[in-house]
Design a protein around this ligand. Sequence first.
Ligand SMILES: C[S@@+](CC[C@H](N)C(=O)[O-])C[C@H]1O[C@@H](n2cnc3c(N)ncnc32)[C@H](O)[C@@H]1O
Length: 199
Amino acid sequence: MVNTVAIMAEFEKQASCHPTVVPFAGHMERLYEECLIRPGTFIELGVFNVGPVSTTAFLRAAVATDSALYSCDMEPCEHTRQFVRKQFDIDDTSELWSFYQEDSVAFGRRWAEMWPIPQPINVLLIDTSHKARQTRKELEIWLPQLHEEGVALCHDTVSHPEGVLIPIEEYVEAHPEFGFENIEESHGLGVIWRQTDVE
Ligand SMILES: C[S@@+](CC[C@H](N)C(=O)[O-])C[C@H]1O[C@@H](n2cnc3c(N)ncnc32)[C@H](O)[C@@H]1O
């Protein structure tokens, strides 16, 4: 049984964040738990924040499950890289964690070519520009690469309905093989998964 209260307290301390200051902190527990039940390959699109919030939850789960996290941001995210070096004693090219300074869609196009055999994604986080055009492209390039039991989490569905929620709704309507649930708290979290009972 996961002691999520203790883990959350540790996360908040380590990542110098609180849900009232950093909205994604309200979803750290969900992200962490999704990773625990879906170990393997984790992708984080959008890294930087005042505290390295999603990176901390991902890396804690990666350590616990012997998984690998691949993080992508167009900015260098030096603060997060320093934080990870200090807290996890690894750099950004380790087996546990790799950081790519790159556009999220360009990285998605490259992902399949990076591996000799396909690497389906167990947990994907999309938390980048929150602009509709970018979100549409991210969904189109990344969702087909999701593991059959994988999950995608998209932050800011409530705070950015036009940039995040509407593109997701359009995508799942056009692709009934994916299911979608919108969690409204902490600026909103879109949860997308593959439906196993749809042809
Ligand atoms: C809201 S922050 C991410 C917060 C982070 N997930 C967390 O919870 O700590 C958004 C990040 O997305 C990055 N970003 C914006 N557009 C991007 C793009 N097209 N490709 C990659 N990263 C992008 C920004 O540089 C910024 O660091």
